[in-house]
Design a protein around this ligand. Structure first.
Ligand code: AMP
Ligand code: GLY
Length: 420
């Protein structure tokens, strides 16, 4: 079976490694992949957003199954284009990917179907947004409507800061057309949980829960990043909370998308906040999380490709989705300066057995792996307990070397404290 995976980050490396475990896979391609993924799949120089390029490649190679992992190609309709030429895919079509592609869409969906989320108002007129902020309670949260590389959310402590955020999105267009509409929403508090769930529009099978660490610095300080590390499972996500989320959020979201004629097939990502008034949705993503995937998939005992094919065929009900009882920790090793500016091109030295090191931003030159991005590696380990997984992950981090390496020292500490 010939499989291609679209994307080229740590998440895609974790997906590729897991897919490779299926003995039916004869050829495995990554578009574009990266210098580390090249050890596990054939990397093809076609950008993740290049829909026409992916379609042409799939035709040329006779690809049997495609996994579209990043948000951009999903929102652009890559799944629609591939399925049109008869290539079954894992991932939502364009109509369903809007659940991540537009915050206005997702907020209105939740309101219409009574799915718990922060109170909000939507503006397409900057003056009206600024007037609204005169009396809005602070802190308040300002979000650009469209995709903004995970940076389109500003938590404003003061009204002035909120107004600045509105002006930079709507007037200065720092996120381009994503700032044509902004959402201003209620500031929620409580522990955050990420839940990724397989769904084919009929059945919903959630994966093990996880916790991301979005801020750049220890103690959740500094700028928001794509994610500096993850642990799984998330101790705040008890069986009771899971049951409540299934009833009030997961199944209602699946039903709502069906009702809207936007059946979602793929991995639906629920970014949740466990507020004093119950679990609420902070955001939906139409894809696997990064770096959540790097801790979730190593704990998956069932075969990933089989599950993905069931999702695509609409037979998820028949698929076994089983997770081990252990824990996992992923520490992101980034380039100093990320998420702002950083240097790249430094040689990376990895330990002998680096099967659980997922490569996010690196290229090879003359056989040498070189840093090539903000997030460079996701160093992941699993163990029977969370404490042991964290210890192992940091021990492995010590065996990796590259100039300008930066990583948080406290990944998993909040979760450990919650375990008591
Ligand atoms: P996002 O890019 O949508 O994942 O948002 C980034 C982070 O901003 C989230 O992980 C939360 O920590 C925070 N955030 C987003 N919306 C809210 C909200 N309504 N209240 C409090 N924090 C929020
Ligand atoms: N780690 C957050 C995300 O993938 O959006």
């Amino acid at each position: 079976m010939k499989v291609m995976v679209i994307g080229g980050g740590g998440r895609e490396h974790a997906i590729v490694k897991k897919i490779k475990e299926n003995p039916e896979v004869t050829e495995l391609y990554a578009l574009p992949g990266n210098g580390g993924i090249a050890a596990d799949a054939v990397c093809v120089d076609i950008a993740a957003k290049d829909v026409a390029g992916a379609v042409a490649f799939a035709k040329e190679k006779g690809i049997d199954f495609a996994v579209v992992a990043p948000d951009d190609p999903l929102v652009l309709g890559m799944v629609d284009a591939l399925e049109e030429i008869g290539v079954p895919c894992f991932g939502p079509d364009k109509k369903a990917a809007i659940i991540e592609g537009s915050k206005v869409f997702s907020k209105d969906l939740m309101k219409k179907y009574n799915i718990p989320t922060a109170e909000y108002a939507v503006f397409d007129d900057m003056e009206k947004a600024l007037a609204y902020l005169e009396t809005a309670p602070v802190p308040t949260v300002v979000k650009a409507d469209g995709l903004a590389l995970g940076k389109g959310v500003v938590i404003a402590e003061t009204r002035e800061a909120a107004k600045d955020a509105v002006r930079s999105m709507m007037q200065d267009k720092i996120f381009g057309a994503s700032g044509d509409h902004v959402v201003i929403e209620e500031f929620l508090t409580g522990p955050e949980v990420s839940v990724l769930a397989f769904t084919d529009g009929k059945t919903m099978k959630p994966m093990v829960s996880s916790m991301d660490h979005k801020r750049a610095l220890d103690g959740d300080k500094g700028l928001n990043t794509g994610g500096m590390g993850t642990i799984a499972p998330n101790p705040y996500y008890t069986e009771e909370v899971a049951k409540e989320c299934m009833e009030t959020i997961f199944l209602p979201t699946m039903a709502a998308m069906n009702k809207e004629g936007r059946t979602f097939k793929g991995c639906l990502y629920f970014g949740l906040m466990l507020t004093p008034n119950g679990p609420k949705v902070i955001e939906y993503n139409c894809r696997f999380g990064d770096p959540e995937t790097q801790v979730v998939l190593p704990l998956l005992e069932s075969d990933l490709l089989t599950i993905m094919r069931h999702v695509s065929a609409g037979t998820l009900e028949q698929a076994e989705v089983k997770f081990g009882t252990g824990s996992a920790c992923c520490v992101i090793m980034a380039s100093e300066g990320y998420p702002k500016s950083y240097e790249k091109g430094f040689p990376i030295s990895l330990p002998e057995n680096s099967s659980r090191i997922f490569v996010a931003g690196a290229k090879t030159k003359g056989g040498q792996l070189l840093t090539d991005g903000g997030r460079v590696l996701g160093v992941t380990e699993t163990a029977d307990t969370l404490a042991a997984a964290i210890e192992k992950a940091y021990a492995t981090v010590k065996t990796v070397q590259f100039d300008n390496a930066y990583y948080r020292k406290d990944i998993g500490q909040k979760a450990l404290a919650a375990e008591g």
